[in-house]
Design a protein around this ligand. Structure first.
Ligand code: FES
Length: 337
């Protein structure tokens, strides 16, 4: 059986290769013309040492000089030896440029533009070649704004197996993408984007997880939830979704649908503005309880503007909690690339 391997490079670019049975990660990469770091190809030099983020594999044959038992225990592998037994995510020690590859460009057509509220717009694209795009839930792409000489970064808000791809945009007056979506976008418009990119993506859920979203930072977490709906969930996952004003709260019904489909998934929403009618007033940290942190036995996924990321960091430090993993994505609310 073939397995898909996501090669995650240091510069945030991700490329996907397909490994045939008994094929090593390195062989599949070179077949796809992706020159990951390699030297002896024999498990002796350690040049191809990479970190496995998720997935199962046969580590192959190598000597201790190339990879110690302790490194193997921690999840390191030798790409020239490792043969996948499942789909994998592998961090490559090098940039995509050094591997003579880069992000792929995709052509698509606008199929839908949804005004969720005055502050938030969603749009959906159908790709010319959907099979050519693979991404990990949580990742983003750079979208060339139609009719403008600039691009903006948006995370997928749909699951990686969906036929079409969707995004959430915070409306910013005068913003290139905001104005395009609000005033000119029509179904049938042609759009180009580059990606996928980013190290903020869903890992294997093997303990409790806490998802924290600020504003349209909800998008990548929706992509993760969509994936979890497909795979099922064995550990509790709690989401706290915070926004500034009542009108910024969108896609709540979708969260409700996930909560109904996944008994282990719960969520809370909150609004920061004093004048809000919402029963939960305040920032996300106010609605994170000790039960969500499990004394640190928790993986935290956070996507929001930089002040939110810093606020969560210092809140956790103030509680004396160090999560098992803390994955975060800071985004500019204006969506500038
Ligand atoms: Fe030398 Fe893999 S290339 S150990």
């Amino acid at each position: 059986m073939n397995h898909q391997v996501a090669l995650s490079f240091e510069d945030g670019i991700t490329r996907f290769v397909t490994c045939a049975p008994h094929e090593t990660v390195a062989d599949a990469s070179y077949k796809a013309r992706i020159n990951i770091p390699l030297d002896c190809r024999d498990g002796a030099c350690g040049t191809c040492k990479s970190f496995c983020e998720s997935g199962d594999y046969d580590g192959g044959d190598y000597i201790e000089d190339a990879l110690t038992d302790e490194e193997a225990e921690r999840g390191y592998l030798l790409a020239c030896q490792a043969m996948p037994r499942s789909d994998m995510i592998v961090q490559i020690a090098g940039t995509s440029e050094a591997a003579k590859t880069g992000a792929a460009t995709h052509q698509a057509t606008v199929t839908d533009v949804v005004l969720h509220s005055d502050s938030t717009i969603g749009f959906t694209l159908e790709l010319d070649d959907r099979d050519a795009l693979s991404f990990l839930p949580g990742q983003y792409v750079n979208v060339a704004v139609p009719g403008a000489d600039c691009s903006r970064s948006y995370s997928f808000s749909n699951g990686p197996d969906d036929k079409q791809v969707s995004f959430l945009v915070r409306y910013t007056e005068g913003g290139a993408m905001s104005e395009y979506l609000k005033t000119r976008a029509r179904a049938g418009d042609r759009v180009e984007f580059t990606g996928p990119m980013g190290g903020f993506f869903l890992r294997e859920i093997n303990r409790r997880a806490l998802l924290l979203a600020g504003g349209t930072g909800l998008a990548p977490l929706l992509a993760m939830l969509e994936k979890l709906r497909e795979t099922g969930l064995e550990h509790p996952v709690h989401l706290v979704y915070g926004v500034t004003a009542d009108q910024d709260l969108v896609e709540v019904q979708r969260l409700q649908d996930y909560a109904e489909a996944l008994p282990q998934f719960t969520f809370e929403t909150c609004v920061a503005e004093e004048s809000s009618e919402h029963p939960n007033k305040g920032y996300v940290t106010k609605f994170v309880g000790p039960e969500h942190l499990a004394d640190g036995d928790v993986d935290v996924y956070l996507c929001g503007p930089p002040p939110m990321v810093e606020a969560v960091r210092s809140d956790l430090a103030g509680r004396g909690v160090t999560p098992a993993h803390f994955h975060y994505e800071k985004f500019n609310p204006a969506g500038a690339a």
